[in-house]
Design a protein around this ligand. Sequence first.
Ligand SMILES: Cc1cc2nc3c(=O)[nH]c(=O)nc-3n(C[C@H](O)[C@H](O)[C@H](O)COP(=O)(O)OP(=O)(O)OC[C@H]3O[C@@H](n4cnc5c(N)ncnc54)[C@H](O)[C@@H]3O)c2cc1C
Length: 400
Amino acid sequence: MKVLIVGGGIGGLTAALCCAHFGHEVTVFEKSPILSDIGAGIQISPNAMKVFRALGIETQVTQNAFRPEAIEARMGVSGRNIFSIPLADHAQDKWNAPYLHIHRADLIAALKTALAERQPNAIETNAEALGYSQSAAQAKLHLRGGHQIEGDVIIGADGIKSAIRQEMQGDDSPIFTGNVAWRAVVDIAALGDMAPNPTACVWMGAGRHCVTYRLRRGTLVNFVGVVERADWQEESWAQLGAKSDALSDFKGWHPTIAAILEAVNDTALYRWALFDRQPLSRWTDGRVVLLGDAAHAMLPFLAQGAAMAIEDAWSIAANLSASEREIAQSLSAYQNIRLGRTSKVQAASRRNMKTFHQSARMGQLANYGPMWLAGRLTPQIVHGRMNWLYGYDVTKINHG
Ligand SMILES: Cc1cc2nc3c(=O)[nH]c(=O)nc-3n(C[C@H](O)[C@H](O)[C@H](O)COP(=O)(O)OP(=O)(O)OC[C@H]3O[C@@H](n4cnc5c(N)ncnc54)[C@H](O)[C@@H]3O)c2cc1C
């Protein structure tokens, strides 16, 4: 089968690897001139790692990664520990794969290299998709410049502003959440004693929270700081922000947070306005299908957007390879398998936004108190709550 994939991000490249794994011929069309991701980290949870393992690329993906000791929550101002859940060995034992922090550029590079080993010249850059058309026998991808490429299937992995989704069902009407995310990566050597713990740590406070974790074998620290404000609505990885604004947003917070923001290079501090989207009811149109953010963009408060794209990628390829089915039926089967899980993750991400930003002191006591107790007294309960998410293995699902 000839599979045309729009978008060379984490979802698109993983889809190419999964389709190649099942014996299909793939081409990835990426609109940018080079394939690389922005300078930021990403948490890759065990459910996503199982796909990389099944593809035989776990070693490449993990070689520059950092393995956190625990997931922690702390009060943003005092740094008081709310809970700490051991992770390092537990993730492997309990969820059968590691929990990792990876630089996005390293992940893209690993996926790109693995694809080149399996299908050389499978990626076309400077190739922007504008839309598609199809007949009963084939699908046609329309590229800027007038080229039209024929294939059996088109996978729209072109992210939140997907041209393929737009062609399929019009605008997805995102709703601004009133939250803006600061993003930065700093050298850990610049932080001295103020370096955050080797954990995935959520720092919580009134109307804001941030997340710190280490990258690239522990040499870098990734920072994401989310603040409630209505005066910025640009949904883009490329928008720079002013350091003075970031420092003012986290004024009075723990010295670790101040040290990170002081260490940030002015030309590498980014802002991203967070938009929410309701689950779409349909991700397919005949021979055309959506995955990842194009199908179900979600708020980042559960760190699962890319993980869901990676699971989708396996599910599409496995469904396309099921015998005795028309392509359109296979793609509908994929949607039916994935829609419930991704909608649940979207909803859980939205709920976390509220938990992380308790504004009143009573709210903090009511919410963090039980979390603190649960974390200290019965960590297995906290672990148990994540089983549905991290314990899931899409490579073991029966795809027909
Ligand atoms: C602050 C923040 C933190 C996050 N942290 C995490 C985390 O820790 N863990 C996690 O799992 N997720 C996280 N996410 C979510 C994650 O980044 C996304 O869900 C993931 O990148 C989606 O991958 P994708 O391949 O679907 O889309 P994208 O990564 O957006 O890739 C789309 C690709 O398609 C290309 N493209 C777009 N339009 C076209 C076109 N018309 N033609 C050709 N190419 C096109 C783009 O250039 C891009 O390369 C976070 C998100 C944010 C905002």
